[in-house]
Design a protein around this ligand. Structure first.
Ligand SMILES: NC(=O)c1ccc[n+]([C@@H]2O[C@H](COP(=O)([O-])OP(=O)(O)OC[C@H]3O[C@@H](n4cnc5c(N)ncnc54)[C@H](O)[C@@H]3O)[C@@H](O)[C@H]2O)c1
Length: 352
């Protein structure tokens, strides 16, 4: 029997929305690009033009009334979450939402509870979970007792007015470095406590109150410790950084999100021998280390979007790697860091 194609809509037609749109152009076999909404109508119209289908809207409720989408991609900034999701759930529309889920724990918890009640499919934009580097890193962690996790995300300040305002973006940890927090949770372990310090004074961007650098100490539930640096102070790509190093006693894995994985180990390891291959006396990397390298293959974001859309089309969410209720935990992890930053206290991370 003929089944009409499921209808997809989008709210927020700018930065990340355009990345999703590029993906959707490859999904016309399974979904109809039916509606685009942005507070700036020209942006929504531009997306319709690129899609070659759909109607542009300024008000997402009017779009829902007319288009009656089966699913929606919510690609709005952190401060704009809440009403959109609650109305989407009320109407039984499946949704994919960009990180961070909201600015507060209360809002994200409320949405998660209502998603569960309504029985709809809801996923979050943690596309890094779909990278081919995930499996070998997971294997490394399963086969080795990891003691220390060191992560960093050092960038420049994005040119987005709302990003510089903590009350709109939540600051860099919640807005951006949440990808690192998410991958650490997804691959390694849940955090027990966090202690975060912040500093500023290098960029001094007008009207910005985000911390230019934060460092966070993490105690994991399995007893390991972690260290995370998150900075937007860098002016040059040469001083950018992004990596997560998982260190065991005799080897370590350097996971660069959606880029590469390197496993450093001793070339001819003899059990019981003193392992000296990671650093030499001068702090340099020993030449005797054997390095196994993996490269990112394919587009993790494309896989992430396709997985959500197929879940809605087939009514089976089992392949989604970042369901809303799990993304909520990453959200609470980031908010605990922000609370520690604000209070100067160590904060227990609780998901209940
Ligand atoms: N998953 C990722 O790797 C990734 C990458 C970039 C951005 N993001 C996330 O996506 C979100 C959006 O970031 P961006 O860079 O696209 O921002 P942006 O400012 O470039 O685009 C947001 C768009 O949403 C529109 N908008 C805001 N409120 C709206 C509303 N109520 N109804 C309709 N439209 C509305 C704005 O007019 C704007 O066009 C952020 O939370 C960001 O963290 C995720």
């Amino acid at each position: 029997m003929f089944q009409p194609m499921k209808k997809l809509a989008m709210i927020g037609c700018e930065g990340i929305g355009s990345v999703h749109l590029e993906h959707f152009l490859q999904f016309k076999d399974i979904v109809e690009l039916a509606g685009f909404c942005d507070l700036v109508p020209e942006k929504a119209q531009n997306f319709c033009d690129i899609a070659g289908s759909g109607k542009a809207y300024k008000d997402f409720k009017a779009m829902y009334d007319e288009v009656k989408p089966d699913m929606v991609f919510i690609c709005v900034p952190p401060f704009a979450h809440g009403e959109i999701e609650l109305e989407t759930i009320r109407r039984g529309i499946h949704f994919f939402v960009e990180k961070p889920l909201a600015l507060t724990a209360e809002m994200a918890r409320d949405i998660a509870a209502k998603v569960k009640e309504a029985g709809i499919i809801a996923a979050a934009g943690f596309q890094c979970r779909y990278s081919n580097l995930v499996e070998p890193t997971k294997q490394f962690i399963a086969e080795n007792s990891v003691i220390l996790v060191e992560a960093s995300r050092i960038t420049g300040m994005p040119e987005l007015a709302w990003w510089h305002n903590k009350s709109k973006s939540g600051g860099m940890l919640l807005e951006s470095t949440i990808h690192q927090l998410d991958i650490i949770r997804y691959l390694f372990d849940e955090p027990e406590t966090v202690t975060t310090m912040g500093a500023s004074g290098w960029v001094n961007k007008e009207n910005s109150d985000v911390d230019e650098l934060t460092t966070t100490m993490i105690r994991f539930r399995n007893g390991a410790l972690g260290m995370l640096s998150s900075g937007c102070y860098a002016t040059e790509g040469a001083s950018f950084d992004s990596n997560i190093t998982f260190s065991a006693r005799d080897k370590r894995a350097i996971h660069r999100i959606i880029e590469s994985l390197e496993i450093h180990e001793k070339e001819d390891f003899t059990p019981g021998e003193v392992a000296y291959f990671v650093t030499k006396g001068d702090g340099g990397l020993s030449k005797s280390a054997k390095i196994t390298s993996y490269k990112q293959e394919g587009d993790a974001g494309l896989a992430c979007d396709r997985t959500f859309i197929e879940a809605v089309v087939h009514g089976d969410s089992s392949k989604i790697r970042s369901p809303y209720d799990d993304a909520l935990k990453t959200h609470l992890f980031a908010l605990a860091c922000n609370e520690s930053l604000a209070t100067g206290q160590t904060v227990k991370v609780t998901y209940e």
